[in-house]
Design a protein around this ligand. Sequence first.
Ligand code: PEP
Ligand code: MN
Length: 367
Amino acid sequence: MIVILHTNTDEQSKEYADTISFLEQLPNISLQYHVVQGEEQKLSEIYLLGDTQKVDQAEIENLDCVDRVVRISEEYRILGRHQDEKRASGFIYNDVHFSQDTCHVLAGLCAVDTPEHVETMMQALQKHGQVCTRMGAYKPRTNPYSFQGHGKQCLPYVFELAGKYGIKVISMEVTHESHIDEISNALQETGNPTGVMLQIGTRNTQNFELLKVVGRQTQYPVLFKRGYGVSLNESLNAAEYLASEGNSNVVFCLRGMKSEGGAPHRNMVDFGQVPVIKRLTRMPVCVDPSHSVGSREKSPDGILDVAHAAAQGLIAGANLVLVDFHPAPHAALVDGPQALLMDELPRFLDDMARCHEFYQTRKSLWA
Ligand code: PEP
Ligand code: MN
């Protein structure tokens, strides 16, 4: 059961103290506090855990600070929407707001290779008004002999260049808990010029021990990728591991499902499920058209399959697009064949902005 307090409730007030003492004396119930920080408002939620069957919902709703009470199911306890459309979603990280209403493109290198390529990418992003990117330093690879990413050695220049070009959030995959410390150390050593969103890759969707460690820290939000071979329900439960450990600043990312049926695309594009995730949970939803489509093929209309897939996601209400770009795809060490080119960046951004706008139009059509 979740007790949602009125927005901006003053935690020093007598009403707040009375509300808390009432909740504390409920038998066989323990309390867990969550604060959801929206762009303008702060929302406090108190989770009643334990024997909530006998709790009188109306009595709690009558308390001074309480806006409403939501009975929740066992699944996705914290990240779930629980059929309450009014529940706040999202978070602000490093001055960037992510929610089920916002729209951001995270264009960047699948894998960091050279400082020159990182700089070219970041410079182009700044030129086109972007403050987010993706940069892979730790790469999970199918083949043990393939390039595994430059790891911690590249972090200082990646972060410094991000700072130089006003990039505020870098989505960066971590495959081991030690990577979080390496990222923190590098950020500190470079004077915190940027921020990092820890990415959980599709291969680690159900690496529960990694999820627990990433969930125990709240310094960095998480971009969590759907497992490419498990059900949506299993992936959402896995994301809940992060929240159950304390970190509910989670973006859920669709990236296509492994299936021969998806061919000739690398994976079966699953972006039709964007609205399903918004209905079931409060997480902002991301789509990754690069790892779904996996190539630079285009259709006779002249539009790349990657742009088509991303557009499908945004028109269905996606809030982020994670997409591979590269200044010299032939020289890229990972996923060159699916990278978009630098001169395609402004067109891609324009396309995405229009798709998001069109989603807003669709929303008012159906209102
Ligand atoms: C990536 O985004 O770099 C990546 C490896 O993606 P995925 O985990 O979806 O394969
Ligand atoms: Mn990749």
